[in-house]
Design a protein around this ligand. Structure first.
Ligand code: AMP
Length: 294
Protein backbone atom coordinates (compact mmCIF):
# COMPACT_ATOMS: atom_id res chain seq x y z
CA UNK A 1 0.00 0.00 0.00
CA UNK A 2 1.31 3.43 -0.97
CA UNK A 3 0.75 6.54 1.08
CA UNK A 4 0.60 9.70 -1.00
CA UNK A 5 0.35 13.11 0.59
CA UNK A 6 0.78 15.60 -2.24
CA UNK A 7 -1.81 16.57 -4.82
CA UNK A 8 0.76 16.45 -7.62
CA UNK A 9 1.90 12.90 -6.82
CA UNK A 10 -1.68 11.62 -6.44
CA UNK A 11 -2.81 13.19 -9.70
CA UNK A 12 0.26 11.91 -11.55
CA UNK A 13 -0.37 8.38 -10.26
CA UNK A 14 -4.07 8.57 -11.20
CA UNK A 15 -3.17 9.71 -14.72
CA UNK A 16 -0.74 6.80 -15.11
CA UNK A 17 -3.47 4.39 -14.06
CA UNK A 18 -5.92 6.03 -16.46
CA UNK A 19 -3.49 5.73 -19.37
CA UNK A 20 -2.93 2.06 -18.53
CA UNK A 21 -6.69 1.42 -18.47
CA UNK A 22 -6.69 0.61 -14.74
CA UNK A 23 -10.08 1.25 -13.12
CA UNK A 24 -9.92 3.52 -10.07
CA UNK A 25 -12.29 3.04 -7.12
CA UNK A 26 -12.35 5.82 -4.55
CA UNK A 27 -13.59 6.15 -0.97
CA UNK A 28 -13.29 9.64 0.54
CA UNK A 29 -13.17 9.69 4.36
CA UNK A 30 -12.21 11.91 7.26
CA UNK A 31 -10.36 9.02 8.87
CA UNK A 32 -10.79 7.49 12.32
CA UNK A 33 -11.99 4.53 10.32
CA UNK A 34 -14.55 1.97 11.42
CA UNK A 35 -16.24 -1.05 9.88
CA UNK A 36 -18.66 1.25 8.02
CA UNK A 37 -15.79 2.85 6.11
CA UNK A 38 -14.31 -0.58 5.39
CA UNK A 39 -17.62 -1.77 3.92
CA UNK A 40 -17.30 1.11 1.41
CA UNK A 41 -13.75 -0.04 0.60
CA UNK A 42 -15.07 -3.53 -0.10
CA UNK A 43 -17.83 -2.13 -2.32
CA UNK A 44 -15.19 -0.16 -4.26
CA UNK A 45 -13.01 -3.24 -4.64
CA UNK A 46 -15.97 -5.24 -5.88
CA UNK A 47 -16.63 -2.62 -8.57
CA UNK A 48 -13.07 -2.31 -9.88
CA UNK A 49 -12.06 -5.97 -9.45
CA UNK A 50 -8.59 -7.39 -8.89
CA UNK A 51 -7.11 -5.51 -11.83
CA UNK A 52 -8.43 -2.17 -10.57
CA UNK A 53 -7.12 -0.06 -7.72
CA UNK A 54 -8.80 1.30 -4.59
CA UNK A 55 -7.85 4.71 -3.22
CA UNK A 56 -8.97 5.88 0.23
CA UNK A 57 -8.53 9.53 1.13
CA UNK A 58 -8.13 10.49 4.76
CA UNK A 59 -8.62 14.19 5.18
CA UNK A 60 -10.48 16.15 7.86
CA UNK A 61 -11.83 18.86 5.60
CA UNK A 62 -11.89 22.23 7.41
CA UNK A 63 -14.34 23.87 4.98
CA UNK A 64 -17.19 21.58 6.00
CA UNK A 65 -16.93 22.54 9.67
CA UNK A 66 -18.51 25.73 11.00
CA UNK A 67 -16.33 27.74 13.43
CA UNK A 68 -18.50 26.46 16.31
CA UNK A 69 -18.03 22.81 15.32
CA UNK A 70 -15.59 20.08 16.29
CA UNK A 71 -12.79 20.49 13.70
CA UNK A 72 -9.90 20.66 16.19
CA UNK A 73 -11.39 17.89 18.30
CA UNK A 74 -12.35 15.61 15.44
CA UNK A 75 -10.89 12.18 16.29
CA UNK A 76 -7.73 11.21 14.41
CA UNK A 77 -5.56 8.10 14.45
CA UNK A 78 -3.66 7.84 11.19
CA UNK A 79 -1.51 4.93 12.29
CA UNK A 80 -4.53 2.80 13.08
CA UNK A 81 -6.32 3.95 9.90
CA UNK A 82 -3.36 2.92 7.75
CA UNK A 83 -3.25 -0.48 9.41
CA UNK A 84 -6.94 -1.00 8.70
CA UNK A 85 -6.54 0.09 5.08
CA UNK A 86 -3.56 -2.22 4.60
CA UNK A 87 -5.51 -5.15 6.04
CA UNK A 88 -8.40 -4.36 3.69
CA UNK A 89 -6.16 -4.42 0.59
CA UNK A 90 -6.33 -0.70 -0.18
CA UNK A 91 -3.81 0.27 -2.89
CA UNK A 92 -3.26 3.93 -2.07
CA UNK A 93 -4.12 6.11 0.91
CA UNK A 94 -4.21 9.78 0.02
CA UNK A 95 -3.49 11.96 3.08
CA UNK A 96 -3.08 15.57 1.99
CA UNK A 97 -2.37 18.44 4.40
CA UNK A 98 -4.50 21.58 4.63
CA UNK A 99 -1.72 23.43 2.81
CA UNK A 100 -2.00 21.00 -0.11
CA UNK A 101 -5.78 21.18 -0.32
CA UNK A 102 -6.35 24.86 0.44
CA UNK A 103 -3.16 26.78 -0.31
CA UNK A 104 -3.15 30.18 1.35
CA UNK A 105 -6.30 29.59 3.36
CA UNK A 106 -5.38 30.01 7.01
CA UNK A 107 -7.22 29.63 10.29
CA UNK A 108 -10.41 28.54 8.52
CA UNK A 109 -10.91 32.04 7.11
CA UNK A 110 -11.14 32.47 3.37
CA UNK A 111 -7.98 34.48 2.80
CA UNK A 112 -8.61 37.85 1.25
CA UNK A 113 -6.30 40.09 -0.70
CA UNK A 114 -3.92 37.28 -1.55
CA UNK A 115 -3.96 36.26 -5.20
CA UNK A 116 -2.33 32.96 -4.34
CA UNK A 117 -5.01 31.84 -1.92
CA UNK A 118 -7.91 29.47 -2.33
CA UNK A 119 -11.18 31.20 -3.28
CA UNK A 120 -13.33 28.86 -5.40
CA UNK A 121 -16.20 26.79 -3.99
CA UNK A 122 -18.71 24.34 -5.46
CA UNK A 123 -22.30 24.85 -4.28
CA UNK A 124 -25.33 22.62 -4.89
CA UNK A 125 -28.28 24.95 -4.58
CA UNK A 126 -31.33 22.78 -4.08
CA UNK A 127 -30.95 19.50 -2.17
CA UNK A 128 -28.59 21.13 0.31
CA UNK A 129 -31.08 23.63 1.71
CA UNK A 130 -32.98 21.28 4.03
CA UNK A 131 -32.11 19.09 7.05
CA UNK A 132 -28.30 19.00 7.49
CA UNK A 133 -27.99 22.04 5.22
CA UNK A 134 -30.49 24.03 7.30
CA UNK A 135 -28.82 22.97 10.56
CA UNK A 136 -25.26 23.48 9.23
CA UNK A 137 -25.47 26.26 6.60
CA UNK A 138 -21.90 26.07 5.20
CA UNK A 139 -21.47 22.32 5.61
CA UNK A 140 -22.43 21.04 2.17
CA UNK A 141 -20.52 23.79 0.38
CA UNK A 142 -17.42 22.40 2.08
CA UNK A 143 -18.36 18.82 1.21
CA UNK A 144 -19.06 19.46 -2.49
CA UNK A 145 -15.93 21.58 -2.80
CA UNK A 146 -13.61 19.01 -1.27
CA UNK A 147 -15.21 16.08 -3.11
CA UNK A 148 -14.98 17.94 -6.45
CA UNK A 149 -11.31 18.62 -5.70
CA UNK A 150 -10.71 15.00 -4.71
CA UNK A 151 -12.41 13.77 -7.90
CA UNK A 152 -10.05 16.01 -9.91
CA UNK A 153 -7.05 14.68 -8.00
CA UNK A 154 -7.90 10.95 -7.79
CA UNK A 155 -9.73 10.72 -11.16
CA UNK A 156 -11.96 7.86 -10.01
CA UNK A 157 -14.16 5.73 -12.27
CA UNK A 158 -16.26 4.78 -9.25
CA UNK A 159 -16.66 6.49 -5.89
CA UNK A 160 -18.48 5.01 -2.91
CA UNK A 161 -20.43 6.96 -0.29
CA UNK A 162 -22.42 5.81 2.73
CA UNK A 163 -26.18 5.84 3.01
CA UNK A 164 -25.52 6.91 6.61
CA UNK A 165 -25.12 10.44 5.18
CA UNK A 166 -28.12 10.15 2.88
CA UNK A 167 -28.42 13.82 2.01
CA UNK A 168 -24.68 14.11 1.37
CA UNK A 169 -24.82 11.15 -1.05
CA UNK A 170 -27.79 12.72 -2.88
CA UNK A 171 -25.92 16.02 -3.21
CA UNK A 172 -22.72 14.35 -4.46
CA UNK A 173 -24.72 12.39 -7.02
CA UNK A 174 -26.36 15.62 -8.17
CA UNK A 175 -23.00 17.40 -8.34
CA UNK A 176 -21.43 14.60 -10.39
CA UNK A 177 -24.28 14.77 -12.90
CA UNK A 178 -24.53 18.56 -13.01
CA UNK A 179 -20.79 19.12 -13.41
CA UNK A 180 -20.19 16.10 -15.68
CA UNK A 181 -17.70 14.31 -13.49
CA UNK A 182 -17.04 11.03 -15.34
CA UNK A 183 -17.54 8.98 -12.18
CA UNK A 184 -20.13 6.45 -11.08
CA UNK A 185 -21.47 7.22 -7.61
CA UNK A 186 -22.35 4.21 -5.48
CA UNK A 187 -24.24 4.48 -2.20
CA UNK A 188 -23.55 1.63 0.24
CA UNK A 189 -25.78 0.61 3.16
CA UNK A 190 -25.32 1.89 6.71
CA UNK A 191 -23.13 -0.32 8.90
CA UNK A 192 -24.43 -0.62 12.47
CA UNK A 193 -23.25 -1.68 15.91
CA UNK A 194 -24.91 -4.86 17.22
CA UNK A 195 -27.56 -2.80 19.06
CA UNK A 196 -28.42 -0.84 15.90
CA UNK A 197 -26.48 2.41 16.47
CA UNK A 198 -25.07 3.56 13.12
CA UNK A 199 -21.28 3.45 13.19
CA UNK A 200 -19.74 6.91 13.20
CA UNK A 201 -16.36 8.39 14.09
CA UNK A 202 -18.29 10.78 16.35
CA UNK A 203 -19.60 7.90 18.51
CA UNK A 204 -16.23 8.16 20.25
CA UNK A 205 -17.40 11.39 21.90
CA UNK A 206 -20.23 9.63 23.77
CA UNK A 207 -19.88 8.79 27.45
CA UNK A 208 -21.34 5.49 28.73
CA UNK A 209 -24.77 6.94 29.48
CA UNK A 210 -25.00 8.76 26.15
CA UNK A 211 -23.77 5.68 24.27
CA UNK A 212 -26.46 3.53 25.89
CA UNK A 213 -29.17 6.01 24.90
CA UNK A 214 -27.80 6.77 21.41
CA UNK A 215 -29.58 3.69 20.10
CA UNK A 216 -32.76 5.80 20.33
CA UNK A 217 -32.08 7.04 16.77
CA UNK A 218 -32.29 3.50 15.44
CA UNK A 219 -35.30 2.72 17.62
CA UNK A 220 -37.07 5.84 16.35
CA UNK A 221 -36.53 4.66 12.77
CA UNK A 222 -37.90 1.24 13.71
CA UNK A 223 -40.91 2.78 15.47
CA UNK A 224 -41.70 4.93 12.42
CA UNK A 225 -41.38 1.89 10.14
CA UNK A 226 -43.81 0.05 12.37
CA UNK A 227 -46.26 2.96 12.38
CA UNK A 228 -46.56 2.99 8.58
CA UNK A 229 -46.50 -0.73 7.75
CA UNK A 230 -50.24 -0.97 7.31
CA UNK A 231 -51.37 2.62 6.81
CA UNK A 232 -50.09 6.07 6.03
CA UNK A 233 -49.76 8.59 8.86
CA UNK A 234 -49.72 12.40 8.81
CA UNK A 235 -46.11 13.64 9.02
CA UNK A 236 -46.99 16.20 11.71
CA UNK A 237 -48.58 13.48 13.87
CA UNK A 238 -45.63 11.10 13.48
CA UNK A 239 -43.13 13.88 14.22
CA UNK A 240 -44.93 14.65 17.47
CA UNK A 241 -45.02 10.98 18.46
CA UNK A 242 -41.31 10.58 17.71
CA UNK A 243 -40.44 13.71 19.64
CA UNK A 244 -42.14 12.13 22.67
CA UNK A 245 -40.47 8.78 21.93
CA UNK A 246 -37.01 10.37 21.84
CA UNK A 247 -37.61 12.40 25.00
CA UNK A 248 -37.85 9.04 26.78
CA UNK A 249 -34.04 8.97 26.56
CA UNK A 250 -33.22 11.67 29.14
CA UNK A 251 -29.85 12.72 27.68
CA UNK A 252 -31.17 12.90 24.09
CA UNK A 253 -32.29 16.18 22.53
CA UNK A 254 -33.99 16.00 19.15
CA UNK A 255 -32.62 18.47 16.59
CA UNK A 256 -34.91 17.46 13.71
CA UNK A 257 -36.87 14.59 12.28
CA UNK A 258 -37.99 14.82 8.65
CA UNK A 259 -40.01 12.69 6.26
CA UNK A 260 -39.26 13.22 2.60
CA UNK A 261 -39.16 11.86 -0.90
CA UNK A 262 -35.84 9.94 -1.32
CA UNK A 263 -35.25 11.43 -4.79
CA UNK A 264 -36.21 15.10 -4.40
CA UNK A 265 -35.68 15.32 -0.61
CA UNK A 266 -38.91 17.33 -0.54
CA UNK A 267 -40.94 16.92 2.66
CA UNK A 268 -44.12 14.82 2.47
CA UNK A 269 -47.35 15.56 4.35
CA UNK A 270 -48.34 11.90 4.55
CA UNK A 271 -45.79 9.27 5.60
CA UNK A 272 -46.06 5.80 4.09
CA UNK A 273 -43.92 2.79 3.24
CA UNK A 274 -41.04 3.93 1.07
CA UNK A 275 -40.93 7.45 2.53
CA UNK A 276 -37.42 8.37 3.66
CA UNK A 277 -36.94 9.44 7.28
CA UNK A 278 -33.91 11.27 8.66
CA UNK A 279 -33.19 12.57 12.12
CA UNK A 280 -30.50 14.38 14.08
CA UNK A 281 -30.20 14.06 17.85
CA UNK A 282 -27.86 15.76 20.30
CA UNK A 283 -26.22 13.93 23.18
CA UNK A 284 -24.55 16.75 25.05
CA UNK A 285 -22.47 18.49 22.37
CA UNK A 286 -22.36 15.42 20.13
CA UNK A 287 -24.81 15.45 17.26
CA UNK A 288 -25.68 12.11 15.68
CA UNK A 289 -27.65 11.51 12.48
CA UNK A 290 -29.38 8.49 11.01
CA UNK A 291 -31.92 7.73 8.30
CA UNK A 292 -33.85 4.91 6.68
CA UNK A 293 -36.42 4.12 4.06
CA UNK A 294 -39.63 3.31 5.93
P1 AMP B 1 -16.70 10.31 7.20
O1 AMP B 1 -15.34 9.79 7.48
O2 AMP B 1 -17.60 10.36 8.38
O3 AMP B 1 -16.69 11.57 6.39
O4 AMP B 1 -17.36 9.22 6.25
C1 AMP B 1 -16.75 8.82 5.05
C2 AMP B 1 -17.73 7.98 4.26
O5 AMP B 1 -18.12 6.85 5.05
C3 AMP B 1 -19.02 8.74 3.92
O6 AMP B 1 -19.43 8.38 2.61
C4 AMP B 1 -19.99 8.22 4.96
O7 AMP B 1 -21.34 8.27 4.54
C5 AMP B 1 -19.52 6.78 5.10
N1 AMP B 1 -19.96 6.20 6.38
C6 AMP B 1 -19.85 6.77 7.61
N2 AMP B 1 -20.42 5.98 8.53
C7 AMP B 1 -20.90 4.90 7.88
C8 AMP B 1 -21.60 3.71 8.28
N3 AMP B 1 -21.92 3.50 9.54
N4 AMP B 1 -21.92 2.82 7.33
C9 AMP B 1 -21.60 3.03 6.02
N5 AMP B 1 -20.93 4.11 5.58
C10 AMP B 1 -20.60 5.03 6.49
Amino acid sequence: MRIISTVAAMQAQARRWQRAGVKIGFVPTMGYLHAGHLSLVRAARQRVGKTGVVVVSIYVNPTQFAPTEDLAKYPRDLKRDLKMCRAEGVDVVFTPSDGEMYPGRQNRQPATGNRQSFSTYVVEENLGRVMEGAARPTHFRGVTTVVAKLFNIVLPDVSVFGQKDFQQAAIIRRMAVDLNFPVEIIVAPTHREPDGLAMSSRNKYLDAEQRAQAVILFHALQAAKQAVTKKSVAAARLKKDLQTFITAAPVARLDYVEFFDPETLLPVAQVKRGTQMALAVYFGKTRLIDNAKL
